[in-house]
Design a protein around this ligand. Structure first.
Ligand SMILES: [Zn+2]
Length: 243
């Protein structure tokens, strides 16, 4: 199980950093979790810019997690990719397919096939999607306006042999992943949304190592001096991590 964080910035841009994108080599497949702005540059840099990526899995539809995908598809087209690409989305697959036409990424002109599926149809049993509460803050608005948004957002457990990686992606609270955190050999942790008490409790209760990803909240800053330095690392968009 190999990992490289290709993008670690939160919604608000950070100079010199890319938006959310995690590369994972697992069970001999190259998988991308999220595809924020800057993903095409990063894929090019690490020689993953043609046929290498098997699937792109999007945790939720916030722009900092998905907006790089159009440029990645254009790059694959121009690089004459031939192998099928699978894109797993949390919701509204048909609406997304229509946006490809909006961007002139017509399937008839693509040298490779794109299969767009729902995350619930993920066919890699070593990747477990866990629904989380990140988008529930829109509930009132979505209901009042009768919008189509399903507010689905996922965290992931990725297992290979005896190793487990947890990618929380964005979460509102850690409630939906806290029972799994203890299993993780490494947790790529949303360090910007959860509140101090929650971070403290979960980091105290379990022994997982973690990567401070997606920004650094005041709560996390306050907590770090209390944690042994071997337990955490700051997201580094260059380093390959082997579990
Ligand atoms: Zn988000």
């Amino acid at each position: 199980l190999k990992i490289r964080i290709l993008g670690s910035a939160p919604g608000k841009p950070v100079s010199g950093k890319n938006h959310a994108c995690i590369w994972c080599l697992t069970h001999d497949r190259n998988i991308l979790f999220d595809c924020g702005e800057g993903a095409s540059q990063q894929l090019m840099k690490f020689k993953l810019d043609k046929d290498q990526i098997d699937s792109i899995i999007i945790s939720h539809m916030h722009p900092d997690h998905v907006s790089g995908i159009y440029q990645v598809l254009l790059m694959f087209k121009l690089n004459e990719r031939i192998s099928e690409l699978r894109i797993f989305l949390p919701e509204q697959e048909d609406e997304f397919a229509k946006t490809l036409e909006l961007f002139y990424l017509f399937k008839q002109l693509m040298p490779f096939k794109i299969r767009i599926k729902n995350i619930e149809n993920l066919d890699m049993n070593w990747i477990i999607p866990l629904k989380n509460d990140h988008l529930q803050k829109y509930k009132k608005l979505v209901k009042e306006q009768g919008l189509k948004n399903k507010m689905l957002s996922y965290s992931f457990i990725i297992s290979e042999k005896d190793k487990k990686l947890i990618y929380t992606s964005d979460v509102n609270t850690l409630d939906f992943v806290k029972n799994n955190l203890g299993e993780g050999d490494l947790v790529i942790l949303d360090s910007v949304h959860p509140v101090y008490e929650e971070l403290e409790q979960n980091i105290k209760d379990h022994r997982f190592r973690f990567i401070i990803n997606h920004g650094l909240s005041d709560a996390m800053k306050k907590l770090l001096p209390l944690i042994s330095r071997e337990r955490y690392d700051f997201a580094d968009e260059e380093k390959e991590i082997q579990l």
